[in-house]
Design a protein around this ligand. Sequence first.
Ligand SMILES: NC(=O)c1ccc[n+]([C@@H]2O[C@H](COP(=O)([O-])OP(=O)(O)OC[C@H]3O[C@@H](n4cnc5c(N)ncnc54)[C@H](O)[C@@H]3O)[C@@H](O)[C@H]2O)c1
Ligand SMILES: O=c1ccn([C@@H]2O[C@H](COP(=O)(O)OP(=O)(O)O[C@H]3O[C@H](CO)[C@@H](O)[C@H](O)[C@H]3O)[C@@H](O)[C@H]2O)c(=O)[nH]1
Length: 442
Amino acid sequence: MKVLVVGTGYVGLVTGVCLASFGHDVVCVDQDWQKIARLNMGECPIYEDGLEPLLREQLLANRLSFDTAISDSTDCDIALIAVGTPPRNDGSADLASVFEVVSELGHKLKQGAFIGTKSTVPVGTAHSIETFLESMGRQDIRVVSIPEFLREGSALSDTLQPSRLIFGVPDEESLRVLEELHRPLEVPVVACNRATAEMIKYASNAFLATKISFINEIANICERVGADVQQVSQGMGLDPRIGSSFLRAGLGYGGSCFPKDTRALVNIAGDVAYDFKLLKAVVEVNQRQRTEPIRRLRQWFGDLSHIRVTLLGVAFKPGTNDIRESPALEIGERLRSQGAQVQFYDPVVTRFQLQSQEFVRVLDDPYMALEHADAAIIVTEWPEIVDLDWARVGAVMRRRLVFDGRNVLDPAALEEAGFLIENFGFHPALLLASARDSAVQA
Ligand SMILES: NC(=O)c1ccc[n+]([C@@H]2O[C@H](COP(=O)([O-])OP(=O)(O)OC[C@H]3O[C@@H](n4cnc5c(N)ncnc54)[C@H](O)[C@@H]3O)[C@@H](O)[C@H]2O)c1
Ligand SMILES: O=c1ccn([C@@H]2O[C@H](COP(=O)(O)OP(=O)(O)O[C@H]3O[C@H](CO)[C@@H](O)[C@H](O)[C@H]3O)[C@@H](O)[C@H]2O)c(=O)[nH]1
């Protein structure tokens, strides 16, 4: 099939490369000419394991090409929209880019072509796109919803071996087209109407976010009653009805999807006069969780204006250089506003990515970043951070205090190396209380 993918961010690029590897003829378009220039040279603008070699392979095989604009003579069978749908101030999804693209496609697509939404869009968007196209006289274009479930850091395997495919279609023929597009994949397919497909995407993200906020609440209680949240997660997760994934307690969720999509779903519910209380609480718990290190540092130090804090990890999770909605940036900014001196280390996030954030000082070497620090906070559980030589870290820090925001360090080992360690829910806070008191008095 001839496929046009509009928007070559995470979703568009991975989708385009994978569809080319299925044997389709794919053109990817993005308005960001610098991105397109790099892609045409076979350079991957995002950090994603295995993507660059596959991209080069498909370029060489002439199945994949990149452009800065949709060609006037495009003869694609299906155009996939993969542009951003960022949050507006009220949390609702901003569809300006989606409709800009639809308008252009309405002028350029051949008779009988299909449009598929890969972007995460509010329930009812496929229908609105159809109405918009009709107003342009394009009743012949059919609109389908193909929500995307890839995770950053494992985007290729998620796309090549997905757990399921969701096809939101208006009729049987559209379903056949989507089956043809994904032909090599032998995975469960849920064929449904378009509103259902759009809802499956939001409900999935909201449910995973709920699991995270739930375990974070349990962790906070564990800490106060002397229970171990790691073992609670393990014990719960072995029940197949619960499952072990997304039960890692810590600083909570970040990234370009969960924070945005949970707020958008609260908004979608509000639009139909439904108060989604549970999801509102999920969002609130997540917000409280990511500011917890600051509350605890205040318990240690009182006034933060004289301390130096090193944040270990800037990416919102390991395996990606994406810093969108990363807890590191918010924690850093809050510490700075309280007068603390803040330094960052991340194995893949570059200074260039953070240059708009004036206060940020990023160092390439973790030990340099930790020099004379009064406290370190683990924000991202990169192996490069978990496996630091902690004896060496202890030798360069001014005070040996580590806040393990992802529960990845062995508290006993760290304590043996002379550290005081805080984490979420598996080190009874009571044990640290007297140490905190003496630190504040010192
Ligand atoms: N990132 C993920 O892991 C992920 C996973 C599933 C779904 N999604 C959803 O997919 C959508 C895209 O997410 P992303 O992370 O890939 O976004 P992104 O912000 O990384 O990329 C969007 C791209 O679209 C381009 N663009 C915007 N307007 C355009 C236009 N009019 N013409 C051409 N190009 C245009 C931008 O230049 C940018 O390169 C969002 O709705 C997101 O919620 C993202
Ligand atoms: O037990 C856990 C699991 C994850 N997280 C955090 O949750 C966030 C999201 O993680 P993950 O889901 O792995 O990353 P994303 O790449 O944001 O992927 C999510 O968002 C995408 C965009 O919608 C969806 O396509 C994916 O299915 C969905 O998993 C990260 O900050 C993680 O640190 C936890 O705190 N605890």
